[in-house]
Design a protein around this ligand. Structure first.
Ligand SMILES: C[S@@+](CC[C@H](N)C(=O)[O-])C[C@H]1O[C@@H](n2cnc3c(N)ncnc32)[C@H](O)[C@@H]1O
Length: 428
């Protein structure tokens, strides 16, 4: 990661390492710029890391290090506000990752820099950039969520107004790169130049942090951010597979369809829900009923199987019919992010059905879809092109209704054809 920084031989540079831990990134930068004198400033709040950090810095022959044992964000904002920004020439960071709420002190401080953001990692990146001089190189490993999260839109505008993105590295096998992490998150390494004019972006991908199978491609910036995209979503073009432009033409709305999250929030309707499939109740479907490519109902297990139809539940039920169902959250083990199921209510008892909130339901005016169209849609959503598209577009493992609305689909005729030619597969 630090090898993405370039160092002028024989000159002195100033390096910022905010949230330095025990100094691993400064060590890597010092090795990468071994013929350069480096004045490093390492911020680290955690007292227990500071002595090891001091020992690490003392061991680096080309580094003169300063440890700032205080809150990086607080100090950075103070320096910028008082016009005393040190103007670092290099920054390297692996910031902490934590949500911050609207009234938190860090969030208020960030507003002084004109940044509205909801996570500590974006605060760190914005502060680091603010402390750098024009032309400075900034390399950061951060979660991908800022690239297309709706709440990160103001941050994307802030960032792209201040830096040129020159390199994006992604880890494209979520099971391998973060196999030790409890929380599944996808990270990206960015190299940016402060205040530079945006030009092409070098995109690389590897399956893990050993980088020994890295693929490369130079991309036009318009492949990363579409010029007419008001959201400024950042796409990472997949290397060696179809780009997002490969998807056909219409939106769900144009197909006369829409997608909603399953209307049944079970803890609100607990009194009307039964564990077993009761003969006088309606089927209630959870993500667990759609699993491993198969639909199974009723299903013995932790989740209930039915819901009574009455005045209190009526508005949360949908008429029996054919729907396309996608789980909202994929698990780490699932190879594909998008797995669509054909739900054909005709095979089930009752005249209505309850979909629980962890499901996405594709419908037509809150009713079922024609069978052939639904089957075609399932085939399409389960295609490699759609999975590739989702990986390019979406940094998270969730499949949101918004993402499904924004995606492109074949027309009704093609879907029907796809549906008819699809081999009958139970539950799909
Ligand atoms: C993800 S770790 C990265 C450590 C190191 N840079 C590395 O890559 O191994 C983030 C570090 O930031 C420190 N940290 C968290 N909040 C901080 C703050 N407000 N100011 C300074 N350091 C902070 C944590 O103690 C932690 O060591």
């Amino acid at each position: 990661m630090a090898s993405l920084l370039t160092f002028p031989e024989g000159e002195e540079v100033t390096l910022l390492d905010p949230g330095a831990g025990i100094g691993s990134l400064t060590v890597a930068a010092a090795q990468s710029g071994r013929d350069t004198r480096i004045r490093a400033t390492c911020y680290e709040l955690e007292g227990s890391f500071q002595s090891e950090l001091a020992a690490t810095l003392a061991d680096l022959p080309n580094v003169v290090g300063t440890i700032e044992g205080r809150d990086f964000i607080e100090h950075a904002v103070r320096l910028v506000a008082s016009g005393k920004s040190p103007g670092y020439s290099h920054a390297v960071l692996n910031p902490p990752y934590k949500k911050i709420n609207t009234g938190s002190p860090h969030r208020m401080l960030m507003r002084k820099l004109g940044v509205e953001t909801s996570n500590l990692y974006t605060c760190f990146l914005a502060c680091a950039i603010s402390l750098c001089r024009p032309g400075a190189q900034v390399v950061a490993i951060i979660p991908r969520s800022f690239m297309n999260g709706l709440y990160f839109k103001p941050f994307r505008y802030w960032l792209l107004g201040r830096v040129a993105l020159t390199h994006i590295h992604i880890f494209d096998r979520r099971d391998r790169a973060f196999s030790d992490d409890e929380v599944l998150q996808e990270n990206v390494i960015l190299r940016m130049i402060v205040g530079a004019e945006q030009s092409v972006v070098h995109v690389t991908a590897s399956t893990d942090q050993r980088f020994n199978d890295t693929q490369h491609r130079l991309c036009n910036f318009t492949e990363v951010i579409s010029p007419d995209d008001e959201e400024q979503f950042l796409h990472v073009p997949t290397l060696g597979s179809p780009s997002s432009d490969g998807l056909p033409g219409v939106t769900l709305r144009e197909l006369g369809m829409d997608v909603c999250t399953g209307p049944v929030v079970d803890f609100r309707l607990r009194a009307h829900i039964c564990q077993k499939a009761e003969p006088d109740a309606m089927p209630l479907l959870y993500a667990s009923h759609f699993s491993g490519g198969r639909f199974e109902w009723p299903r013995a297990g932790r989740k209930p199987n039915s819901i009574y139809r009455n005045a209190e539940t009526e508005k949360w039920l949908m008429p029996k019919g054919c729907y396309v169902i996608l789980r909202r959250f994929s698990s780490k083990e699932e190879k594909r992010r998008v797995v669509a199921y054909l739900f054909d209510g005709r095979e089930l008892p009752g005249n209505a059905v309850g979909f629980e909130n962890h499901l996405n339901v594709i419908h037509q005016d809150r009713r079922g879809l024609p069978h052939a169209v639904a089957r075609g849609l399932v085939e399409y959503l389960n295609s490699q092109a759609v999975d590739d598209y989702f990986r390019v577009f979406s940094g998270h493992t969730q499949v949101n209704a918004t993402d499904l609305r924004r995606m492109r689909y074949p027309g009704i005729k093609e879907l029907e054809q796809l549906g008819r030619s699809a081999r009958a597969q139970p539950g799909r």
